[in-house]
Design a protein. Structure first.
Length: 314
């Protein structure tokens, strides 16, 4: 009984800590966009630019829409309307039922375009996990898409291995919620110490943790949402990957040869044979964050697909 009482007290303390952490994180990184209702759930969208062709940007796992606010957003705002959207359950977007499915993720992202750029086609940009969602938007909503830019995307079932233990721990119905209450205690410190590994072989930009609002991830509901996304991804990709030949818009893929997060040979190497109008941009000196290390080139690729043309000053 004493042990149970101590465990209960420890868990209660963790719950109090996570509640305080969540409040502080949301004060530190408040919503800076607007809410768009899609299929009964709000999607938080940060905008940049007031005129020009629309561009939809979809972030990866463990991230939110702020991923692009210090990189591609400023580069494109002079000639485009840029919509940077929080995926379901991330940042300040609500999470409808079934959001671990790429079809639901794509529906929510497509709804942003339908609401903010009705009757227009957009260039859709996806980073990492967001690349899989960008591809699904093109598959399920082809009338909305003018072209796709993929940044170190995950595109195919990789056959297992490499899954993070903490995502597996956060997934189960009973253990997951308990584990997620503990995450704010150790998660922020661990991520701050490991940021450079995501940017290898480059260093992370100064202040990246703060600018990207990474601390929002450790709010328990978002941490579980992220875990559910990642845990379901292999099966979702296995069901999606054979459809890529249906895509009939131009696709440009930036792939860092030194990416330590995904296997670029597997993902870029497979999809380049499945899409007719496909351009692979290999980056010998880059890793998993090409929009940071090669932001000017990525921005020019987006301009190319949107018909605006390259801007040598970017």
């Amino acid at each position: 009984m004493i042990i149970l009482a101590l465990l209960a007290a420890g868990f209660l303390g963790a719950c109090v800590h996570s509640a305080v952490y969540t409040s502080n994180a949301e004060e530190r990184w408040p919503p800076i966009g607007e809410k768009i209702e899609v299929a009964g759930s709000d999607v938080h969208v940060i905008r940049a630019g007031e005129a020009g062709p629309p561009v939809l940007m979809i972030h990866g796992a463990s991230a939110n829409a702020r991923e692009f606010t210090d990189t591609l957003g400023p580069r494109l705002s002079a000639g485009h309307r840029v919509f940077m959207a929080d995926r379901p359950g991330h940042g300040y977007s609500e999470r409808p039922e079934g959001s671990e499915q790429l079809a639901v993720q794509a529906r929510q992202m497509a709804g942003v375009l339908q609401a903010l750029a009705p009757g227009e086609k957009a260039v859709v940009v996806g980073h990492s996990y967001g690349g899989a969602v960008a591809l699904r938007v093109a598959l399920d909503y082809p009338d909305l898409v003018d072209g796709i830019v993929l940044l170190a995307p995950v595109t195919h079932d990789w056959g297992g291995g490499g899954e993070a233990w903490y995502n597996k721990a956060a997934g189960p119905p009973i253990i997951g919620p308990i584990f997620s209450q503990l995450v704010p205690i150790v998660g922020p410190k661990q991520v701050k110490q490991g940021i450079n590994s995501v940017f290898d072989p480059r260093d992370a930009p100064e202040g990246y943790y703060e600018k990207a609002g990474l601390g929002l991830l450790f709010r328990p509901p978002e941490f579980r949402a992220n875990a559910d996304d990642v845990n379901a991804l292999r099966g979702e990709l296995a069901a999606q990957q054979d459809r890529y030949p249906e895509i009939d818009v131009p696709v440009i893929l930036f792939s860092g040869a030194k990416d330590t997060v995904i296997n670029p040979t597997l993902h870029a190497g497979k999809i380049k044979h499945q899409i007719e109008d496909f351009t692979l941009v290999p980056l010998a000196d880059s890793g998993h964050m090409p929009h940071h290390s090669h932001g000017a080139e990525v921005a020019d690729a987006i301009r190319q697909l949107s018909g605006v043309g390259a801007d040598q000053s970017s």
